[in-house]
Design a binder for this molecule. Structure first.
Ligand SMILES: [Zn+2]
Length: 284
């Protein structure tokens, strides 16, 4: 029996993609992908949204595929951990990077997971290498299956578009370094990200995202060239023409992450707050 949500598709030998439809209209993230490594009782990477249709489809899925041996989390944002509580209740061990603790606590999962056991996790199709790639969140990880040259990239690199980076858990400097880490891995053949389609050549995509972020950095500096500006004013100058109004809070957070990085590097200065609490920045 094929379940509609999640949809299940083969990626390469022994690897399947589970695509979860957003449980509500207008979800910022759209559909979300999880991946199963192993034909039966495999290692599940992320758990997607909470299953919208509830336990019936979920039980049918695990009856067909076998209960996962383990779950590895790329990070703790809600669209990636929706099935964690249910799988933990079935006795499936849930693993994440130690630095992800505050994000998982914010998702209500403080007691439901344990620290990743090391630099690699065994699967029926070879070792999954753990690559700590902080920035989107502090404990964000990518996983690499060398047997098929797949990078499971979570929210670090998407096949299309870019992810937001921002407070409370985002760090632009760390994010740029993580993109450089992936851009330097040329042996990869398949990008399997948490949103959108599969793509080829993860390192090329990481390079493109890195270049986009550095362009945004130049735009942030240009927005400060005419004098002090709030984070909101900087975001409006850069994003308002191309980002729908509903997504502007995320654009503002990403602009703020750029501004915080520039301040930490001495390339911009923090200049207090506007009366509404919006932080103000200026060039040195
Ligand atoms: Zn995320």
């Amino acid at each position: 029996m094929e379940t509609a949500n999640p949809a299940l598709e083969p990626v390469c030998r022994g690897v399947s993609r589970l695509t979860f439809t957003a449980p509500y209209a207008g979800a910022l993230e759209g559909d979300v992908n999880a991946y199963l490594v192993g034909d039966r009782e495999g290692v599940l990477i992320d758990t997607g949204y909470p299953w919208a249709a509830g336990d019936v489809e979920r039980r049918a899925l695990w009856e067909r595929l076998g209960r996962p041996r383990a779950v590895l989390l790329t990070h703790g944002h809600p669209d990636h951990v929706g099935g964690v509580a249910a799988l933990a209740a079935l006795g499936v061990p849930i693993y994440a990077h130690a630095a992800e603790a505050p994000v998982l606590a914010a998702a209500g999962l403080a007691g439901s997971w344990r620290e990743l056991p090391g630099a690699a996790v065994d699967t029926a199709h070879g070792a999954l290498a753990v690559l700590h790639t902080p920035g989107h969140t502090p404990g964000h990880c990518c996983f690499e299956l060398a047997a098929c040259g797949i990078l499971f990239s979570g929210d670090l690199v998407l096949a299309r578009g870019t992810t937001w980076i921002g407070p409370p858990f985002g760090d632009m400097r760390a994010y740029l370094d993580s993109l450089r880490q992936i851009a330097a891995r040329p042996a990869l053949a398949i990008l399997a990200s948490a949103h959108g389609p599969l793509d080829a050549a993860p390192e090329r995509r990481a390079t493109a995202v890195l270049e986009h972020r550095l362009q945004r950095e130049q735009q942030v500096l240009a927005a400060l060239a005419s004098g002090p500006a709030t984070a909101t004013a900087v975001a409006t100058a850069i994003y308002a023409a191309e980002v729908p109004q509903a997504l502007m809070p995320f654009a503002r957070m990403t602009a703020l992450a750029h501004l915080d990085m520039l301040v930490s590097e001495g390339r911009a200065l923090s200049a207090g707050e506007a009366p509404d609490g919006d932080p103000v920045f200026l060039l040195p």
